[in-house]
Design a protein around this ligand. Sequence first.
Ligand SMILES: Nc1ncnc2c1ncn2[C@@H]1O[C@H](COP(=O)(O)OP(=O)(O)OP(=O)(O)O)[C@@H](O)[C@H]1O
Ligand SMILES: [Mg+2]
Length: 226
Amino acid sequence: MSSVLALDNITKSFPSPSGGRIEILSGVSISLEKGEIVSIIGQSGSGKSTLLSIAALLMSPDSGSVRYSGKESTGMSERELQAIRASSIGFIFQSSSLLSDFSALENTAMPLMIQGKKRKAAMAEAESFLALVGLQDRAGHRPSELSGGERQRAAIARALAGNPLVVFADEPTGSLDEKSAALTEEILFSSVRNTNHSMLLVTHNREFARKADRMLELREGILQDV
Ligand SMILES: Nc1ncnc2c1ncn2[C@@H]1O[C@H](COP(=O)(O)OP(=O)(O)OP(=O)(O)O)[C@@H](O)[C@H]1O
Ligand SMILES: [Mg+2]
């Protein structure tokens, strides 16, 4: 079976203030199967967000390959990359990236409309994703009328609504207090499992990370077993 996502020997360096370059990723390889959840831990600055950005086609690597369902993305035009992002990728950031002028329901329906669904059908489908994260009673609220935890739950609903090949979550509960983080984590895992999505999750929280099928640590530029 081909992996939904395969990263092979990814390297990435950034210019350092002193004029040289700092290598952040030194040959990262990972593959994700359908329905699999993989967590990545690592110290601050170890390159976790960089790795996620590359995997989600938001940044290009210096070398190595990123393949969705076996299809190589290196060398694709921006237009082709955009099409893969819209069809295959759901991203949940540390704090909400919901559009402030739209309701929770409209935000959740957005990926479906981008994929070409009519507004009415997209909104109806989005309702079931809001229900999945327990937000059916907040459908009409704008982001400013939601709590921090509710905003993250809406972001989870939005990420899943587009039925992506891979969900990426970069510290999705990092902005929440302990209690709200625990509830949001539980909802994230159950909703991703229930919909049989694949997820690459970055977190500082080992307890949270252990709930994944596999847990890896990014250390010295490569992914290592914990
Ligand atoms: N655009 C950039 N230009 C220069 N350096 C960068 C850039 N983006 C990231 N870096 C550097 O790369 C390193 C890795 O950053 P990254 O954000 O991937 O770390 P992280 O593991 O996600 O950290 P955290 O846990 O704090 O979120 C850091 O040292 C950072 O300063
Ligand atoms: Mg980060």
